[in-house]
Write a protein that binds this ligand. Structure first.
Ligand SMILES: C[S@@+](CC[C@H](N)C(=O)[O-])C[C@H]1O[C@@H](n2cnc3c(N)ncnc32)[C@H](O)[C@@H]1O
Length: 286
């Protein structure tokens, strides 16, 4: 189901990174260096819509954003704690604080690579450098999630990692902007890249058709549509369909989890927002 008009190009999706970057900061998850003027402006522009939705018992963008971010963080924490993963590639990281946060918390125990389109990777590197937040364990590189080969491909980046250590790939806030063939292509590339390592873990958020319909969905797509000059896609109707597609893409196992609603910095718990999103956990190897 395509809720708006067309599949957005990668550059149409980039503005949303500024919005989410500000949300992470606003809720105490990020560093001021990762706030942009665009993000602050978009956040304040969306406030009346979020407030109106909340007043009528509907979901808010922040509700599902916080739920998905915390869920991905905890699953990654767990994989690192049990020693399965010590290398992370966060694709389409945008202005997410995760690379900075995990590197400062885990130090030498992990190597973290943030990968985004060249213009965003440049901007992120400059922002980290200007605030002295760089670390030898944290790189920001240019990558196109749609590239099969060449200098911007995941295949090429994978060759720079330690082949003897487990790897996690993360995408957050990316999949539902692309149509089904593009997502299946990404999943095939991610599974193939992870298979080169003893353990591979893929974590992502995903919105399903069966959980995103009716009034909630209209509010949600209206809010997202303001930021993306194209459509959002529900590629799979049910959990079972999405899990099957992940296995067919090359993962050995796949599960979609339900994230826990989170308390926002203003003390609000948005259960409706959290119920709009699922968390993909797909594995290769050990
Ligand atoms: C919605 S933002 C999500 C940012 C971040 N993951 C977060 O949750 O805050 C989307 C990001 O996807 C990046 N992006 C869009 N198309 C991409 C592609 N083909 N390959 C890699 N990154 C891409 C954009 O540059 C932008 O930083």
């Amino acid at each position: 189901m395509n809720l708006l008009r067309r599949t957005p190009a990668s550059e149409d999706i980039s503005p949303t990174a500024h919005y989410t970057g500000y949300v992470w900061y606003r809720h105490g998850l990020s560093h001021p260096a990762l706030v942009t003027p665009e993000g602050r402006l978009m956040y304040h522009a969306a406030r009346p819509m979020n407030a109106a939705s909340r007043r009528f018992g509907g979901p808010t963008l922040e509700g599902f954003l916080l739920a998905r971010h915390h869920a991905i963080d905890s699953l990654l924490d767990e994989a690192i704690a049990v020693g399965k993963v010590s290398q992370v590639i966060e694709i389409a990281a945008g202005l997410s604080p995760r690379g900075w946060d995990f590197t400062r918390r885990y130090g030498d125990r992990i190597a973290y690579v943030e990968a985004d389109l060249p213009h965003m990777a440049r901007r992120k590197r400059a922002r980290l450098a200007s605030a002295g937040l760089q670390s030898p364990r944290h790189r920001v590189v240019a990558l196109d999630a749609l590239a099969d080969d060449g200098p911007l491909s995941l295949a090429e980046l994978g060759r720079t990692l330690d082949p003897g250590a487990g790897v996690a790939i993360i995408t957050e806030g990316l999949l539902n902007y692309f149509d089904r063939p593009a997502v299946l292509g990404m999943w095939r590339r991610f599974a193939a890249a992870l298979k080169r390592f003893p353990v591979g873990l893929y974590l992502s958020d995903l919105h399903l058709g069966s959980e995103n319909h009716g009034a909630s969905m209209r509010v949600f797509s209206e809010m997202l549509g303001r930021f993306v000059r194209g459509g959002i896609h529900m590629h799979f109707h049910t959990v079972a369909e999405a899990e099957e597609a992940l296995r067919r893409s090359g993962f050995d196992s796949a599960r979609l989890l339900t994230p826990q609603p989170q308390v926002s910095s203003t003390g609000v718990i948005d259960r409706r927002g959290a119920a709009l999103v699922r968390i993909v956990t797909a594995r290769t190897g050990g």
